[in-house]
Every structure is written in structure tokens, then in C-alpha cells.
Design a protein around this ligand. Structure first.
Ligand code: OGA
Ligand code: NI
Length: 368
């Protein structure tokens, strides 16, 4: 591959992880090897040979029954408050979404990643952009690389779509992503209503504020890695979205790999079948004045198994100005922690900086 430029900065040759494995199955180039303090401690279920057993890995993120929220169950709303306030991550099940839609999305995503490199490179992520096939968030030669291949598309509003990046192969890819995204959009709208309810706000508050919400999908394929103790699948970050919906592969690509940082400990997320993982993004943290926080997370790899995730980011329209919602600010007990800003500017700031924990959100923080 030719050297690529990102935002005007030379980032050198970036290896495609699947090709790298094919060419040299047991080699890990230096650029993927993390500094000691960044290396993952691995849960036994991820890497059975790991000796550093960590009791916190038995903790599980909350599971929310969406059908009970739809029925107005008080208990389930209390569970949702705990999930948003103490975890920032939860799984939803009993989603009114056909399992076929999820299965088809997984199938086309895997078919896409299994195509020859030349075919995938017909949809290249251009320098300084985040759509297409390639590694986003790489800005310098000395930055470590993630053990992951990615394919991302802007879905809504339509002006985000770059038609040349919508694959014609697999032949049902685009149609499948379209149907999938429509269903996930409904889910996001419902979740935002429920979240508004937990904050004693009008349930349309987010919908009314967001305008035509921005929706993007990113498929992450993490090939098995000969040394999962040395690399990261995806660098630690919080999401710039309002909400993120993550579907984990069920078929052959189902290893555990997502970890969230809770009380300074990395906790693995063990997805339950037919559930989706939801997380609070930076935008909800700002809007709720920090009551519901975005949570730092990362992905680790597995020695034998590969892994697929399909991730949807749901966020306000770019022209929206936002800041903490007045009802959630109290000058005495809970003073305003974030300034008002334009969401488009935040998005730009997010995609032009490397993933680095929750650093991006400093953009909005009021420092006293
Ligand atoms: C992301 C993300 C985690 C995963 O794409 O933002 O956090 O498990 N993915 O793939
Ligand atoms: Ni993320």
C-alpha cells in the first residue's frame, strides 16, 4: 500500500491486519506492540493461559429488558437509571427487532471482510476522512496501530452518504445495511425517550433537540492475534455520539473482546445472544451535565478466535448547538460543567484527534 496522508500529516505505510497475518502469521510489527503500561491484562475467558486473574472480571454490565421499559415497568426504569448512572454501558434484550435483520448484518459484514484486499480497497478511507475501508484516527508515524480492520459508512442524513463507498459486493450489502440502520435508528429513538424519562424530562427532549440525527455505522473486524498480550484491538476511547449500539458477532467471530473501564479496572463485556450493547456517548454526558457519563472502553484480541462488531453511532445533527440541559444544572449543588458548543465542531474535533481515553471531551469541559 502507498504511504497515506491523514489531515496533511504523513502517517507512513499502514498494514492491513488480515494481509499481515496471511503473509507472516506469527509476526507482530513494532507499530502494533503497545508500551508496557498500555498492554491489556487479559481475562481467563479471553486468554485461558493468562495467570493474572482479576476478580472484577466476574462483574457484568447490566441487562435491560426493553419490552418491560415499553410496558412502563418502574423496576426496569430503576435498572436503567443504575445502568446509565453507574455503568454507562448496558445490554438490551427483548428488542422489537427481527433477529433476521441482525443475522443478515453479521453475514454481510463477514462476507465483506473475507473478500480479497483488492476488492475492499475499492472503498478506501481517504486521508482525513472516516468513511470507507481502512484505519481511522491515525495521525503520526509513531502512533501505535490497532489490531483491527474497519469499514465505516455515514448513513443518515443522506448527504453524509458517499455512494462510491457503498459496496456493490457482497451484492446484498447495501440493502442489508439500509434495513439494519432503519431498525437501529428506531431503537435509538426509543432508548433516548426512556433515558429522558429517567431524568424526569419530557420524553421528546432529545428528539426535538437533535434535528435530523446523524447516524453512522462502523464494522470492526479483529483477526485472531498470536500475541494478544502485546496489542490492542481498539485503543481506549469514549464515543463522541449521544448513544452507541454495538452488535457482537455470534457465528464464528464471537470471541469476547470489548472491555470497559470501571473504577480504574478493565471489565470485559460478555455479550448475551440476541442482545445489543448500548453505551452512553460524550453528547449525553454533556447534555446531562455529567449525570450520565460516557465510559472509556477498548477492544482486546484473542489468540485463536477472530471477532466482529457492528457499531452504530447516533448523534445530533451537525448544526445543533448544545450544552447541559437547564433542568439538570443547579448553580448550588450541581454547577454547569460543560460549555455550549456546536455539535458539528465537536464531531470534527473528535475525528481529527487520535483515540485517547476521554481526552476529546476536554473540548467541552469548563475548567474551574
Ligand atoms: C467502537 C468500539 C468496540 C468493539 O467502534 O467505537 O468501541 O468491541 N468498538 O468493537
Ligand atoms: Ni467505542
Amino acid at each position: 500500500m502507498a504511504p497515506i496522508q491523514s489531515c496533511g500529516i504523513k502517517v507512513g505505510h499502514i498494514d492491513d491486519v488480515q494481509e499481515l497475518k496471511r503473509a507472516k502469521p506469527s509476526e507482530i510489527p513494532d507499530r502494533f506492540i503497545r508500551d508496557t503500561k498500555e498492554r491489556p491484562t487479559l481475562d481467563k475467558s479471553i486468554n485461558p493461559s493468562s495467570h493474572d486473574y482479576n476478580p472484577a472480571t466476574n462483574l457484568n454490565i447490566p441487562v435491560i429488558d426493553l419490552s418491560q421499559l415499553a410496558d412502563g415497568s418502574k423496576d426496569e426504569f430503576l435498572n436503567l437509571i443504575t445502568a446509565c448512572q453507574e455503568w454507562g454501558f448496558f445490554q438490551v434484550h427483548n428488542i422489537s427487532l427481527s433477529l433476521k435483520v441482525l443475522e443478515r448484518a453479521e453475514k454481510v459484514a463477514m462476507e465483506f471482510f473475507m473478500m480479497p484486499l483488492e476488492e475492499k480497497q475499492k472503498y478506501p478511507m481517504m486521508p482525513g476522512t472516516v468513511q470507507g475501508y481502512g484505519q481511522a484516527f491515525v495521525f503520526s508515524e509513531d502512533q501505535k496501530l490497532d489490531w483491527c480492520n474497519m469499514f465505516a459508512l455515514g448513513v443518515e442524513p443522506h448527504f453524509l452518504r458517499n455512494p462510491i463507498l457503498w459496496p456493490s459486493k457482497p451484492s446484498d450489502f447495501s440493502e442489508t445495511v439500509e434495513v439494519y440502520s432503519r431498525e437501529i435508528r428506531k431503537l435509538c429513538k426509543n432508548l433516548l425517550k426512556y433515558i429522558a424519562t429517567t431524568l424526569s424530562l419530557n420524553d421528546d427532549v432529545f428528539e426535538e433537540m437533535f434535528g435530523v440525527a446523524v447516524q453512522a455505522v462502523r464494522m470492526n473486524y479483529y483477526p485472531a492475534c498470536p500475541r494478544p498480550d502485546l496489542v490492542l484491538g481498539l485503543s481506549p476511547h469514549s464515543d463522541g455520539s449521544a448513544l452507541t449500539v454495538l452488535q457482537q458477532g455470534k457465528g464464528s467471530c464471537n470471541s469476547v473482546g470489548l472491555q470497559i473501564l470501571k473504577d480504574d479496572v478493565w471489565i470485559p463485556v460478555h455479550p448475551i445472544p440476541n442482545a445489543l450493547v448500548i453505551n452512553i456517548g460524550d453528547t449525553i454526558e454533556v447534555l446531562t451535565n455529567g449525570r450520565y457519563k460516557s465510559v472509556e472502553h477498548r477492544a482486546v484480541t484473542h489468540k485463536e478466535k477472530d471477532r466482529l462488531s457492528i457499531v452504530t453511532f447516533y448523534a445530533p445533527s451537525y448544526e445543533i448547538e448544545l450544552g447541559p440541559i437547564a433542568e439538570l444544572v443547579d448553580n448550588h449543588n450541581n454547577p454547569c460543567k460543560y460549555r455550549r458548543y456546536n455539535h458539528g465542531e465537536y464531531s470534527k474535533h473528535y475525528v481529527t484527534n487520535k483515540l485517547q481515553g476521554k481526552k476529546t471531551l476536554e473540548f467541552a469541559k469548563i475548567i474551574n
